[in-house]
Design a binder for this molecule. Structure first.
Ligand SMILES: *[C@@H]1O[C@H](CO)[C@@H](O)[C@H](O)[C@H]1NC(C)=O
Ligand SMILES: *[C@@H]1O[C@H](CO)[C@@H](O)[C@H](O)[C@H]1NC(C)=O
Length: 216
């Protein structure tokens, strides 16, 4: 009996943890984001359901490639609650990612979402790194039709290893997954993170840190 109660409490604890690990569940059919409300809540206030239209649940333009002529050679077109107000409270969003040949989506993490990515075109090398102390890189080369999952919070990247443009589409388990691009957050913070802190953390000279900071 005692072990059954223990098992039950473990299962309940797991369910509770799972509920906390992603966006909270809706308490009604939908809650279309009211971008004009001055009320601050976790997410967005609901528009009056009687005024909601089909367009509140719709986004157009994902057939168009993003412009990859930039320093990293990739472009993310996001469809989060900011672009599609009907996503509010639903715990899900979508992105299209375009990659120039050898373009990268640089190492980054989503504080609020697991990501599941499908290659629509081309060939991508993808990977994520596990947390301390292993910091294990788990990586694979994907071709058209392959799917990969990046677990919530872990640092991950993609690189186009083909000769043509590559395209991926990814779903994320938050209406607002957030992005922390590691290089930008570490070397491009505003104001600068003190260079002696980064010098010690990266085990390099302060001038190396200042040089990298000057690139952001
Ligand atoms: C991504 O592509 C869009 C559409 O072409 C463009 O407006 C935007 O500046 C691009 N973003 C980056 C980071 O290059
Ligand atoms: C893509 O971005 C580059 C750099 O900003 C710009 O020079 C170029 O005109 C853009 N291409 C398109 C098709 O918008």
């Amino acid at each position: 009996m005692a072990s059954r109660i223990n098992l039950l409490s473990v299962v309940l604890a797991l369910i509770f943890t799972a509920a906390l690990a992603s966006d909270s569940s809706p308490l009604q059919d939908f809650c279309v984001a009211d971008a004009n409300s001055a009320v601050l809540v976790n997410g967005f206030v609901c528009k009056d359901p009687k005024t909601v239209q089909a367009n509140d649940f719709s986004f157009s333009g994902l057939q168009m490639a993003g412009n990859t002529s930039n320093a990293v050679g990739s472009n993310v077109t996001a469809v989060t609650v900011a672009q599609l107000p009907g996503l509010n409270t639903l715990g899900i969003s979508l992105v299209r990612i375009d990659y120039a040949p050898w373009g990268i989506n640089p190492p980054h993490t989503h504080p609020r979402a697991t990501e599941i990515l499908t290659v629509l075109k081309g060939c991508l090398e993808v990977g994520f790194v596990t947390s301390n102390p292993e910091n294990r890189l788990i990586t694979k080369v994907l071709k058209k039709g392959d799917v990969y999952v990046f677990p919530i919070g872990l640092i991950h990247f993609q690189r186009n290893v083909g000769k043509e443009m590559a395209i991926a589409i990814a779903a994320l388990s938050s209406q607002n997954p957030g992005v922390i691009t590691i290089a930008n957050a570490v070397f491009g913070s505003n104001p600068d993170t003190p260079s002696d802190i980064l010098a010690k953390a990266f085990r390099v000279d302060k001038n190396v840190v200042k040089f990298i900071q000057s690139k952001f």
